[in-house]
Design a protein around this ligand. Structure first.
Ligand SMILES: [Zn+2]
Ligand SMILES: [Zn+2]
Length: 791
């Protein structure tokens, strides 16, 4: 057990800005808010000056930072409107309540507009609301394509609030970045330029995230937290080893159940997070069993909270927890995003939740908003056997002292960008002025869409949205060579674009029992994730795939209770299409570029959940799939005499790793790098593909590829290319520090290996990485963003 303490710290309190509208100041006084935390006042001043992102801690009153300047605008200008974007409906409801609490009913009329808003209420909302709370999907699909119906909103749009912006990363973030550019473009067409205010959890690159999401420059950062730090004890618990050579440990679930029961007996109100629904159920059962022996009355006060409850059931549970009628709630991350459930004594996180950022948010539940500052919260983490769990457990201070993960996205990821170019074309013809919103390369993409028969070029004319260049007092006639319009004017391209999928070609996942559409998966990934017999996880629940219908693009699944999971066996090939950047470092040639990844799913393995033992191997007959993406690859100077004599350090590399273990060493190195890459680029290991080979036909050398597993790429490989040295150092530490003898799931084995973890050489990988890290390094000269994304 490793422990640390946080806080308590003093609050920095200041007067609310006197320039705020008197009604807002009165409302604050009515709420009992006499003074603000210093960061809230700084945020108000910053919001008045320009686009701003706020990244202070959990429960530091971030909403006040964007609500005050927004309310100020609405009180000054009766016509002004604000748009609030939330990733979930529950958060939008929570914020609508917070706005209503100001009691400015004459001036401020918030309304939620999402998929649940009844049709008959929609026209009234368009007419009367001046704060519209919605989500990116609704903005993309319902509001922007119908901007004419929302003319009043766009013509008076003063503020756009993007709360929880760190959620918009990866594929989803790349889409949302395009939706926000379309929003700015439409607002400009109606003559407005709204102020963007964002908040984010602590991440390594908040300003970069805000700028890449909105396309704006010079976003100001507010990160000096003036709220009082709560006293909190942090504890990290690694279950003991039961078998050193195999790296096996006592189960995190069993350990967590004992801890939870102890906390409940001690009277602590506790929230416990687990990443799967099945885990939630199992943990609840184990903790109840533990309590029933000694305190049966307490066992009743431990309940699971999971997706699938109605909103009424959720509110009941939240209410009982807040009032102290429950002792412990066990949940997936449903509560993670900040809905207020009051004071809790302890937050227990079981297995790594994917990012340090979300771990901190979960921990933030303990002791939050406690009135009695002397009451200490306990924030605890119980490690699982996964590589990231174990890595984190060995170096908590490395991760907790500084924000480690960068949220990445790429709005110009070609497939995503072109889908939104069509949506933008539907919203209004594309013209030369659109470079301001869509970026300098939009026209090249538009030309490709012309060749594909999706867009049509037509001679320049007045912008049909009525936009003109006011500053220079001239209309846009003749200002650009041509405009682009949809070839099929009656189409509705937004309907074909899902913000959660990189490619428009997707496979629908349908629950045959309930008839419900669970979601969709990119066609390129369908063969490996929803092949016949696959166990598919959705919102923490398991389903078994009954049929993958490739013609009708759907997978039929049914709820599953068995005790196995599946792992596909695949043959992967990567063909280098275009080199974009290259450098020599760590004794290897490191390249970044476009590749074509081809995958053939050959079979799948069924494995027991309890001990990962193999049940059987089932053959599949599926055609190969391929998709274009971005990759980094590095060539090792082994088996190439001429190369060796040219490069310093390479001689030792070749001697260090004998040819007979080379393939296993390369393979284990690839796995270790994929395991730790999410610490550098906020993603999941499932977002990354890899290939290691002792001879690649295009490089002529032993080569390791790491690529974005989403068609077109979303910036993961690009980030890894720029921070390659760090990636190698983390991978080396991961392997070197694992106590197992020849590789285990905590170091070099991968739960998603297409070769079913054969061959792997832990010792070979360690030698390889150690030699690389002792060779001269030549850091990246280009920042990851400055590598242009060519077509
Ligand atoms: Zn190991
Ligand atoms: Zn593998």
């Amino acid at each position: 057990m490793r422990e640390a303490r946080e806080g308590p710290g003093r609050a920095k309190l200041v007067e609310p800005p006197a320039e705020l509208h008197p009604d807002v100041l009165t409302a604050l006084a009515r709420l009992g808010v006499e003074r603000l935390y210093s960061h809230q006042t700084s945020a108000v001043h910053s919001a008045w000056a320009g686009p701003t992102i706020i990244t202070t801690g959990t429960a530091s009153g971030k909403s006040m930072c964007f609500n005050l300047p927004t309310l100020d605008v609405l009180c000054r200008d009766a016509r002004a409107k604000a748009l609030y974007l939330y990733p979930t409906k529950a958060l939008a409801r929570d914020q609508a309540r917070a706005l209503a609490a100001f009691g400015l009913t004459k001036r401020v009329r918030p309304a939620i507009y999402d998929g649940d808003t009844p049709r008959e209420a929609r026209a009234e909302i368009r007419r009367s609301a001046n704060v519209l709370l919605t989500n990116p999907d609704m903005l993309h699909m319902g509001i922007l394509p119908n901007h004419a119906a929302w003319a009043d909103l766009f013509a008076n749009l003063a503020v756009v609030v993007i709360d929880e912006a760190h959620v918009y990363r990866g594929v989803f973030g790349s889409h949302v970045a395009n939706v926000l550019r379309r929003l700015r473009r439409i607002a400009a067409a109606y003559g407005t330029e709204p102020r963007f205010l964002l908040t984010s959890a602590t991440i390594a690159n908040p300003v970069e995230l805000a700028e890449r999401l909105t396309g704006l420059e010079d976003v100001q950062l507010i990160d000096e937290d003036g709220s009082p730090a709560l006293a909190r004890r942090i504890a990290v618990w690694n279950p003991p080893l039961t078998d050193e050579p195999s790296g096996a440990r006592r189960s995190a679930l069993a350990e967590a159940a004992e801890l939870l029961a102890r906390l409940v007996r001690d009277g602590a109100r506790t929230i416990c997070f687990m990443n799967s629904r099945k885990g939630v159920e199992l943990l609840t059962r184990l903790a109840k069993q533990d309590l029933e022996g000694t305190h049966p009355e307490l066992a009743e006060l431990v309940v699971p909270y999971r997706a699938g409850y109605t909103s009424q059931q959720r509110r009941d549970l939240e209410g009982r927890l807040t009032r102290g009628e429950l002792r412990a709630v066990i949940t997936t991350d449903a509560l993670e995003l900040g809905i207020d459930i009051g004071d809790l004594d302890a937050a227990l996180v079981v297995t790594f939740p994917g990012t340090v950022s979300s771990l901190r948010q979960m921990w933030g539940r303990a002791g939050r908003s406690s009135i009695d500052r002397s009451g200490r919260g306990l924030a605890m983490y119980v490690a699982g056997e996964d590589a990231l769990d174990q890595f984190f457990c060995r170096h908590p201070e490395d991760f907790l002292d500084r924000p480690v993960e960068a949220a990445i996205l790429d709005h110009e990821s070609p497939l995503i960008f072109r889908q939104h170019l069509l949506c933008a074309g539907h919203e209004g013809p594309l013209s030369g002025q659109d470079a301001e919103f869509l970026g300098p390369r939009w026209e090249a993409h538009a030309e490709l869409l012309v060749s594909a028969g999706e867009l049509r070029r037509r001679p320049a004319e007045d912008h049909p949205l009525g936009r003109h260049d006011q500053e220079n007092g001239r209309a846009s006639r003749g200002s650009g060579p041509s405009t682009y319009v949809l070839r099929r004017p009656g189409g509705y391209p937004a309907a074909d674009v899902s913000l959660r999928s990189a490619s428009p070609e997707s496979v629908a996942i349908v629950d045959v029992v309930s008839g419900e559409l669970l979601g969709s998966t990119e066609a390129a990934r369908a063969h490996s994730t929803v092949h016949e017999g696959a166990i598919y996880l959705h919102l923490g629940r398991s389903y078994e795939v009954r049929e993958l219908d490739l013609l009708r693009r759907r997978a039929l699944v049914a709820p599953f209770d068995g005790d196995w999971y599946t792992q596909p066996k695949r043959q992967t090939d990567t063909a280098i299409v275009r080199l974009l950047d290259r450098r020599e470092t760590l004794g290897v040639t490191l390249s970044f570029g476009e590749v074509n990844a081809t995958d053939t799913v050959l079979a799948y393995q069924r494995k027991r959940v309890s001990d990962h033992s193999q049940v059987d191997l089932v053959a599949l007959d599926l055609p190969p799939t391929s998709f274009p993406t971005q990759a980094l690859w590095f060539e090792l100077p082994i088996g190439d005499r001429e190369y060796r004599t040219r490069r310093a350090g390479s001689e030792e590399l070749a001697e260090a790793v004998p040819l007979e273990v080379l393939l296993g060493a390369l393979h284990a190195t690839e796995h270790a790098q994929i395991a730790v890459l999410p610490l550098i680029a906020m993603c999941d290991r499932w977002d990354i593909g890899g290939l290691s080979t002792n001879f690649h036909p295009q490089t002529g050398s032993p080569t390791i590829f790491l690529y974005d597993a989403h068609p077109g790429g979303i910036g993961i490989a690009r980030t890894a290319f720029a921070r390659f040295e760090e990636l190698c150092e983390d991978a080396r530490r991961l392997i070197a520090e694992c106590p197992c003898s020849s590789g285990c799931p905590s170091c070099v084995q991968s739960p998603k290996c297409g070769n079913l973890n054969e061959p792997l050489s832990k010792a070979g990988a360690l030698l390889l990485l150690e030699r690389m890290l002792s060779a001269p390094r030549e850091p990246a000269t280009t920042a990851p963003i400055s590598v242009a994304a060519p077509l």
